[in-house]
Design a protein around this ligand. Structure first.
Ligand SMILES: NC(=O)c1ccc[n+]([C@@H]2O[C@H](COP(=O)([O-])OP(=O)(O)OC[C@H]3O[C@@H](n4cnc5c(N)ncnc54)[C@H](O)[C@@H]3O)[C@@H](O)[C@H]2O)c1
Length: 431
């Protein structure tokens, strides 16, 4: 498909958790890979054959092997990387701002750099989760303006959503079908052929870049809405004195029922973010915005339940276990821990956070006091909230929390019997 060179080179723009994993897999499947990232430390480490991404099984070895075999190198110059490459895969974040409008600052900068280096025959594939239409209308047009080349003719353009789950990304890249949509047939074909070789997985070709973009956001909305439903049912069941976990296991024996598990909140840089790509672009009412509201209200609900039990949270020492949005992933974006800390501070509680994946300095940047489980001060903790169930918490000894009156199990993971045997009240979302 590519008419430029015989040796296939791919530039991966953004060597973060996803980009580095993609780069290492592409390299180990026979491509020359140039990873481009703004961060000097990332570039330096990758060129030493060292992965900066933790807790990703198999990644350390893949990166080391790819660098040793001269298949992977990292640079800071995105334009030069794009100029040398047959394929450019863009995987720098798109986030949302405080007002939930889309924040394009990282990716716009990357597109400027790619455009400056773009040459004829290159296929540019966006993998970052995007509002439908952006590959063609926002980035395709900008690349044309900067490069003077015509999208779909001089260079090819496609979108393929990244759907992997942290902690098992290499496995998911092989197992999940890769959805691909082009801005025209040539873009689709170039991207589809590329993924068949570079990931060796099943490829699902969809009719347009917009369908591919929409499919990823729709997946996230599906998860958000279904978690919100589980949360709503859990709160209602609690009022009715019914145990929601029993309801869910009984209900899900019907093959069409897929009730999710309720919990203290939804975090990370996918599910709480991408529904706003719809909400801010016309879907102002209905299930999508309602689900966001429900899931973001669960932290306040938990804090109110704690306050009801303790009478007051004023000047109580409350420890949140897990700054990360979920267990065993170092990712604080939109973490429920931050919503909990805010709610607790409003009640004038003293808030502490423990997270074995973060340094004390990193935790302090969120204006929360870090607390090690080895610290003597845990004996003065009044209440504990399990927010992210890290592996380290499997063996947590609550008898060391000698003054603790309440444990709120936000993830329904702790042993209720062991906790109540210590004379500590056990609470969760639902009964
Ligand atoms: N992490 C996940 O679990 C996940 C899952 C599915 C999809 N995604 C998609 O992948 C995207 C990236 O996620 P991630 O976890 O790899 O992010 P990350 O924050 O770990 O990494 C992003 C990298 O991009 C670099 N970067 C930022 N702007 C740049 C620029 N202009 N030029 C070059 N490099 C730049 C940063 O330095 C950083 O190293 C997400 O925004 C999302 O769309 C992520």
């Amino acid at each position: 498909m590519n008419d430029k060179k015989t040796v296939q080179t791919v530039a991966v723009i953004g060597l973060g958790k996803i980009g580095l994993t993609l780069a290492a897999v592409f390299a180990n499947n026979g491509f020359h890979v140039i990873g481009a990232d703004h961060k000097e430390t990332v570039v330096h480490l990758v060129n030493q054959g060292v992965s900066h991404v933790s807790n990703e099984p198999g990644l350390d070895q893949l990166v080391a092997e790819a660098v040793r075999n001269d298949r992977l190198r990292a640079v800071r110059d995105t334009s030069a990387a794009a100029a040398e490459s047959d394929f450019v895969v863009v995987i720098v974040p798109v986030l949302i701002k405080e007002d939930h409008e889309v924040d394009y600052s990282f990716i716009d900068a990357a597109v400027e750099d790619i455009g400056a280096g773009l040459t004829k025959g290159t296929t540019v594939i966006f993998e970052t989760t995007l509002p439908a239409g952006d590959t063609r209308n926002r980035f395709g047009k900008r690349l044309e303006e900067i490069s003077g080349l015509k999208a779909g003719f001089d260079f090819y353009l496609a979108y393929s959503p990244e759907r992997v789950y942290s902690n098992r990304m290499i496995h998911d890249l092989q197992q999940y079908p890769k959805i691909v949509g082009g801005t025209n047939d040539k873009g689709l074909q170039a991207a589809s052929d590329f993924y068949k070789q570079s990931l060796r997985c099943e490829v699902i070709e969809v009719d347009s870049a917009e369908t591919a973009e929409f499919s990823k956001t729709a997946e996230c909305v599906y998860r958000d809405v279904n978690i919100a439903l589980a949360n709503e049912l859990a709160v209602y069941a609690e009022k009715k004195g019914v145990k929601i976990s029993d309801v869910i296991s009984a209900g899900n024996t019907q093959p069409f029922s897929h009730l999710h598990t309720p919990g203290i909140g939804v975090g990370g840089h996918c599910i709480p973010i991408y529904p706003y790509f719809f909400i801010k672009r016309g879907l102002h009412e209905g299930l999508t915005p309602m689900a966001r509201k429900i899931n973001d209200s669960m932290a306040a609900y938990a804090v109110t339940k704690m306050e009801d039990y303790l009478d007051t949270l004023e000047h109580k020492n409350v420890l949140i276990l897990g700054l990360s949005y979920r267990g065993n992933v170092k990712e604080p974006t939109k973490s429920t821990a931050l919503l909990l800390a805010e709610e607790l501070k409003q009640k004038n509680a003293w808030v502490y956070v423990n997270d074995p994946l973060f340094t004390d300095e990193e935790i302090s940047t969120f204006s929360i006091t870090p607390l090690s489980l080895a610290d003597k001060r845990i004996s003065s903790i009044d209440a504990v909230i399990l927010q992210a169930f890290h592996n380290d918490y499997h063996s947590i000894q609550f008898d060391a929390f000698t003054n603790c009156k309440l444990i709120f199990d936000g993830r329904n993971e702790l042993n209720e019997e062991e906790i109540t045997a210590l004379g500590i009240q056990y609470e969760k979302i639902g009964l």
